[in-house]
Design a binder for this molecule. Structure first.
Ligand code: DAH
Length: 346
């Protein structure tokens, strides 16, 4: 009997299982009611009294070992089964999509890149500005309608009747950065100023109260309108393609004289006329002009010695033309289905 128990102890300690069927056979063979250990307990009755103590201890040890072995084999089997059934570590991971840049960022970076190739560097200014930098020093008359509450978000206003250079507001255009740069730097100045601007407009497909502009400024001796035209031609062909034509139409801005607006030939119809260009063949993309002498003087730049040009464009407008997006609101809604379409290298 003792030998049998010892043999079984040895046998059990050597057993391993590879499947739940093998585990079940182990249970049936050793631990079930009709199993070997149960048989031994039955046979224990016939063990002579003087051996009962030793054999009984061994028998209990055998049963305990068998139960522990069973639990051990079961837990080992569970973890391998978990891996093979649900948690295959070699399985490909969940597909996750790479983010993409926002179209406004893509176009802004492209504009910066194009102008940096002809020597323009980026400068920035504050979004919360004062009337002096946004209007007064840019030669806006005191009663100019752009200062009106309908266009400008005021943060604090000195007087409810008239505007004052100290009024604090959200900048309505990036032209304010021209003033900041001219106040702190001496010509030659050759910068572009990308940034966010704010206007008190009702939100629709064609207008938003927040949008983005890029402003350009070049001040030096002998800067002429021809330099402006050449710079804008370079920009238009780099942005919209080599075959793009440009035209300048006279316009008015308080801070430039003369002023103009730049049109590019419609890329979609090649200038023949379509819905996008409203059958004119041309698309307006920016405002520009020669910096008004009053603006130079307001920033202590000698307008007899220096001249310069400036231009300003809306990034949303350029992006709309480039990607043929017809609703401005899409840029602000952060709908992944819209944003996912702009996976590019920029
Ligand atoms: N600031 C003008 C706007 O927001 C755009 C502009 C026009 C900027 C002419 C300029 C410029 O620098 O010369 O509509």
């Amino acid at each position: 009997m003792l030998k049998k128990v010892n043999d079984l102890l040895q046998e059990i300690s050597n057993i391993s299982v590879k499947s739940s069927e093998e585990l079940e056979s182990f249970r049936l063979k050793y631990l079930s009611k009709k199993g070997l250990i149960s048989d031994l307990f039955d046979a224990f009755r016939n063990v002579p009294a003087e051996d009962k103590k030793e054999v009984g201890q061994k028998l209990n040890l055998l049963k305990q070992n068998a139960v522990e072995k069973y639990n051990f084999l079961k837990s080992g089997l569970l973890s391998t089964e978990e891996i093979s059934e649900g948690n295959d570590l070699t399985r490909p991971a969940f597909p996750f999509s790479n983010g993409s840049r926002h179209p406004i960022s893509i176009v802004r970076n492209e504009i910066i890149d194009i102008f940096s190739r002809i020597g323009f560097t980026v400068a920035e200014g504050p979004e919360i500005e004062d009337d002096d930098h946004v209007f007064t020093k840019l030669n806006f008359a005191p009663e100019h309608p752009a200062r009106d509450m309908q266009d400008t978000f005021y943060i604090s206003r000195i007087s409810s009747e008239d505007s004052s250079p100290e009024d604090i507001l959200l900048r309505t255009h990036t032209s304010s950065v021209q003033i900041r740069v001219m106040q702190r730097e001496k010509p030659p100045i050759r910068n572009i100023f990308p940034g966010r601007v704010f206007r008190n407009e009702a939100i629709s497909a064609r207008a938003h109260c927040i949008f983005h502009q890029v402003e350009g400024l070049y001040i030096d001796e002998n800067v002429s309108f021809a330099d402006l035209k050449q710079t804008l031609r370079f920009f238009a062909t780099e942005m919209f393609g080599k075959e793009t034509e440009i035209r300048l139409r006279p316009s008015y801005f308080p801070f430039t004289e003369p002023s103009a607006e730049l049109d590019v030939s419609c890329k979609i119809c090649g200038g023949k006329g379509c819905n996008v260009c409203k059958h004119t063949g041309w698309l307006e993309i920016l405002g520009c002009g020669m910096v008004h002498p009053n603006v130079l003087e307001a920033c202590n730049i000698d307008s007899n010695k220096y001249t310069g040009f400036a231009f300003g464009m809306g990034i949303e407008r350029i992006a709309m033309l480039k990607y043929q997006v017809n609703d401005l609101r899409l840029y602000f809604e952060n709908d992944i289905r819209f944003l996912d379409q702009f996976k590019t290298a920029f």
